[in-house]
Write a new protein. Structure first.
Length: 226
């Protein structure tokens, strides 16, 4: 019985150690908003998540759209992200509605609600609705992650789950409906109000896999003891 317990504990420890060995810092683009025909609600934005085990300063990274080039890229504002934490980066500092909102961040918060770590890039270009890519780069221009999509024009953000890019679905993977905003190009009359669906700031915790494995190990130990 003692050997069985030690063996199971070693397996559980292996689950805990393996992710650390695999990726100390693992920043990925996990979501993006590419805008609508007419008023966009907010500036185009990307969401960056740290799936690694070491805190990462986003100020050490750059964004660029299709055909990434560090010379054209925009440096990300600085946020220190721990494992599983995210940050939103608006790709334009000017709010879409200059009358209602003082800053692009204020506009984003008004439409999406309170989201931790909302900043900007200082360049890199907006994202095209007919297909484009968002690229995350190191300071030497090395691309470390890409979120590419074929076409847009919908009211949903693009999210990347397990490497697959898809449109967000309300109630799935933390996605929810935004507040209403004015769009007289595609919004229904008489108010011309529309909403978006997305999950800014809501990303599944990577540690959940570890907890599941640890839980399974505990169950096996109890069965052995009984």
């Amino acid at each position: 019985m003692r050997k069985a317990q030690l063996g199971i504990m070693a397996i559980a420890a292996g689950f805990a150690i393996a992710p650390s060995a695999m990726a100390a810092i693992d920043l990925q683009i996990t979501e993006t908003w590419t805008g609508l025909s007419g008023e966009d609600g907010t500036a185009d934005w990307i969401e960056v998540t740290n799936f690694g085990t070491t805190p990462a300063d986003t100020g050490n990274y750059w964004y660029d759209d299709n055909g990434p080039n560090i010379g054209d890229g925009g440096n990300l504002d600085s946020f220190v992200l721990n494992q599983g934490e995210t940050a939103i980066f608006l790709l334009d500092t000017a709010p879409a509605d200059d009358v209602t909102y003082t800053t692009a961040v204020e506009e984003f918060t008004a439409i999406w609600g309170s989201v931790a770590n909302v900043g900007h890039t200082n360049g890199g270009g907006g994202l095209g609705q007919g297909g484009d890519s968002a690229n995350l780069m190191l300071g030497d221009g090395t691309v470390i992650d890409t979120l590419a999509y074929a076409s847009s024009g919908d009211f949903e953000t693009f999210e990347k789950i397990g490497g697959t890019v898809q449109l967000s679905v309300d109630g799935v993977n933390g996605a929810y409906e935004s507040a209403q905003f004015f769009n007289d190009n595609i919004g229904p009359s008489p108010d011309f109000l529309v909403t978006m669906v997305g999950s800014p700031g809501a990303v599944p915790e990577p540690a959940s896999i570890l907890l599941l494995c640890s839980g399974a190990a505990c169950i096996m130990m109890r069965r052995r003891q009984s």
